[in-house]
Design a protein around this ligand. Sequence first.
Ligand code: FAD
Length: 288
Amino acid sequence: MVLGNYKQVIAARSTDQEILRGSQDGGIVTQLFAYALDAGIIDGAIVAGPSDEPFKPEPMVATTREELMASRGTRYSLSPNMSLIKEVTRSYGLDKVGVVGTPCQIQALRKGQLYPVGLRDVPDKIALAVGIFCMENFPYQSIIQLVEDHGATALENVSKLDIGKGKFWIYTERGATVQIPLKVTHKYEQPGCHVCLDYVSNLADISTGSVGTPDGWSTVFVRSDNGDDIWAKAIAAGAFETKPIDSVKPGLDLVTKLATEKITKNQKYLEARATEYGVGKALRNPYI
Ligand code: FAD
């Protein structure tokens, strides 16, 4: 099942215009945490916050709407959100924790909950795990380089970065838009991402991404009982506008296609590595 287990999948966007303005897609992540904070479902969330450098994420514990607002938008480089997983309960003293992460980060979170070595008291305090779709991530230096090489500008002049419709998009502060075919951006990717077999954050309570829905909307998978409960309450509170997924274009077929492509490509890569290492051929370790 390339899309994992889920109870429902819908097209959705936040009803809060302020959230929508600065969010990457339909503002699902920020709206979910803002609603959950208001409703007392979480008392804070680990998010990828801003830092002193443009588009460089810095993991942060957001306990206010203002902090959540500052973390809106996608930063296409590694944000080690799990590094705060102990701190969030111990130093910050949170009892009901929200976490957002890429598929690998949600896997790490669930593994930590199953085998809480060094994570005493943490597993039961995870109140809402929101996963984002992810084909691959980029080291921060690569993002700087990619924008300079193909956007002919510096990252500080950029207002938004996005991946969609087979392109990497650079929007500059002065209103220019640069589209780069993804086959050009592959060399900038984080090589470690090529062992990942999860596109849609299968283990999250709720997972979301832009693929499958029109601009400004998001595809949302409601996966766990906990996710279902929180989603129902958020809908009842008017936090989201929704449409049936089969009423929007390009729809779930594209999500399935991209998930299948990621899994097939990375499975081949994993098998090639196992064969090489297993039969003692000359080692070609991509990480060194
Ligand atoms: P918003 O309300 O804008 O909030 C975004 C949330 O994501 C914030 O809480 C922020 O802290 C968090 N965040 C931002 N950057 C990171 C990061 N680097 N690591 C962890 N958390 C982060 N969607 C697709 O449909 N297809 C893809 O192939 C795809 N690839 C992605 C690759 C990467 C590396 C990342 C980080 C995201 C990718 N996404 C992809 C997800 C998409 O870009 C949006 O993040 C997602 O749709 C949520 O948008 P939103 O408007 O609901 O979130």
